[in-house]
Design a protein around this ligand. Sequence first.
Ligand SMILES: CC(C)(COP(=O)(O)OP(=O)(O)OC[C@H]1O[C@@H](n2cnc3c(N)ncnc32)[C@H](O)[C@@H]1OP(=O)(O)O)[C@@H](O)C(=O)NCCC(=O)NCCS
Length: 177
Amino acid sequence: MLLRTTGRDDLKSIFSVHEQAFAGAEEARLTIELLADPSARPVVSILAEEAGRSVGHVLFTRVRIQSAAGVSAAILAPLAVVPDRQGRGIGGELVEAGLNVLADRGVALAFVLGHPGYYPRFGFQPAGIHGLQAPYPIPEEHADAWMVRAVREDILGAVHGRVACAETLGQEKYWVD
Ligand SMILES: CC(C)(COP(=O)(O)OP(=O)(O)OC[C@H]1O[C@@H](n2cnc3c(N)ncnc32)[C@H](O)[C@@H]1OP(=O)(O)O)[C@@H](O)C(=O)NCCC(=O)NCCS
């Protein structure tokens, strides 16, 4: 498997991976919109390929922590692996590769709104208890789905505030469901 940073020529492949994984075009459209959204930059966009076939993709986009504007942070959304290649570690490799790029760039924190059974294996933990709130209130029963990963050591506890996403991802429809 090859992991590589995407370019302009990859939009079709990226769309296709998300459309297959999510069995619908909503996340695929969001991903393409985010890649064109200046407020999402800098992004980390990594494609997984097997024998020339695109089988997975992860996107991290920029977020700001209100009241801690100097702290560099990103959010993972979305992550997708095509159905017939799931459960083989591709998703995990994409997440780890993305976190490594963030670390190289000096990004301090990575957020995700995702399954609490999946992301903790990469070091993500509930964000609310660290005083880091999602852009919109997360219902109590789903509170542990809003997670943060310290990319820079010793950052958790040192920064508090509400997270503001890129314009595209910051729309309420992506957060209240
Ligand atoms: C979630 C997804 C990206 C994981 O990719 P993957 O390559 O299949 O994952 P990996 O092989 O790295 O890891 C497999 C593990 O993830 C778990 N897993 C997969 N999807 C999961 C989900 N939606 N919730 C919780 N755990 C999940 C599997 O049970 C497996 O767990 P195990 O290692 O304890 O057996 C992929 O299944 C997918 O694209 N799903 C549809 C789209 C989606 O839900 N994306 C995530 C939200 S942004």
